[in-house]
Design a protein around this ligand. Sequence first.
Ligand code: F6R
Length: 608
Amino acid sequence: MCGIVGYIGPKQAQNILLEGLSKLEYRGYDSAGLAVYNGETIGVSKSKGRLSVLEDKLKVQGLPGSLGIGHTRWATHGKPSDANSHPHVDGAGRFAVVHNGIIENYIELKEELIAKGHVFTSETDTEVIAKLLAELWDGDLVSTVKKVVSRLEGAYALGIISEYEPDKMVAVRQASPLVVGLGKEENFIASDIPAILKHTRDVHILEDGEMAVLTAEGVTLMKTDGTPVSREPMHVQWDVETAEKGGYDHFMMKEIHEQPKAIRDTLSGRVKEGLVDLTREVGLSEEEIRGIEKIHFVACGTAYHAGLVGKYVMEDLARIPVETDIASEYRYRNPIITDKTLVVVISQSGETADTLAALREAKKHGARVVAITNVVGSSVAREADDVIITWAGPEIAVASTKAYTSQLIAIYLLGLYFAKIRGTRPVEELKEIVKHLTELPGKAEEVLQTEQIVAEFARSIANHEHLFFLGRGLDYAVALEGSLKLKEISYIHSEAYAAGELKHGTLALIEENIPVIALATQQYIYDKMVSNIQEVKARGANVLGLAAEGDTELIKSVDRVIHIPKTIDLLMPVLTVIPLQLLAYYACTERGYDVDKPRNLAKSVTVE
Ligand code: F6R
């Protein structure tokens, strides 16, 4: 995830910025850069790779000066490279900007600015901000920033300096975190508190639509429309480790809570006039999309479980037959692939050896490959024909959470896009689904409120060695993911079953007091699911049911119910999985295991 640091004061900025960026390294990044005003001009140094590469460069040619901004980049628009690294400047180098987030309307802005003679040197969305600052310059930095911001759509945290007004730094926040640190005759900005904790514990946490104007002597807060904002600073008590985790005890919990944002960001810029538009990421022509005869979703682990949801989604929306395969099986099983087969590989890291090998196998057989991945410039992203990036930001905990829900969003987008082009659903119906899709971030916030009930249930299962997850249809796909999550971090053995399959053997394992987690969110199959729940309840199981909000029936058949905000059946997995992630988390902490680094597992499996 990108990181921002900024400094204004009497000291040399370079080392303060480098040190601040080093405190953000844990978030993951692919390049870094600084811009420092040296008394006459703004000097910029940036490079792809680790911070140490930038440090080596600065040892040869440093950046003197006491006003500066720094950035670590996690690529979104454009591959990791020196040119795409931040800070970005305007043509004359009078303004420098660092940015976290996504500018959704950057293509329109870029075209407009090119027509006015601006020359772009990177593939980023951020560069339009630097060029806009020059284009809209009216002799006053704060007023110009306001004009620029009024043209931007999307999410952004910005740090801006200009050689026209070198006694100032301007910071803006819209849907991307930014804090202002208050020092003695020096002030700071940062995307995360750890970057400035060494210098100050007094901070203003900017809210959406706010900006801060920093000088060495003080900080003024206002809304981007100019309305003054007055707020007492907050005194941070956290130590560095807690600050890195955003105040949570573990990265996994932080990442579970980041899901509303990850969903919102993954949707961002991909919905136009109420319908999905993926023409930027999927290069297939309309004729090619109409000609697809089969889709193979191929992935490992949690990403494979996203592919299982993909089967339902794609078949339902775009009416294309789908097979979902485990990558380590697919690569060796001589699958039937033709030039009318679309292979969709899903990988958070983009580096999983089996997924990459399956991708190569598919290409060798003439398939077109679309990658859904979280890492721009990863091997999977480079080798696929088309790439849909999930904008979840780096996932640090080994157990995948926000990457999974973002992968689901990417799959819905692809399904809705194909359905639009293939004409398999009326436009009005597609618009209705898109409307529900865009409501998911808010509903994900609501599901997070179930945390206490889930924690209580987790305590009741923590001493068990076996349990079952049951579901039908999409609930079964989510049950598989819930079961994997629980196994990998709490080490409780669990199995997920398609509920209708139980009586064909597994029902024999149900005995007095065994915990069962029963997902009953799919309305079309609800009655059948309730019958299956009664089968396990009759044999003494302790059942936690998951049902849609407003359900008053399920409680009659289970011991406890968690209600999930209502959306259409197709989209339920995004919400239903969240209590299951929380369950795994609390079962793990209850049993005293390491949440973020479970035994025997690695975050990225780059060997077979
Ligand atoms: C489980 C988990 C793994 C990964 C799998 C694939 O929580 O994280 O099952 O999903 O190793 O990894 P990626 O998505 O990086 O290819």
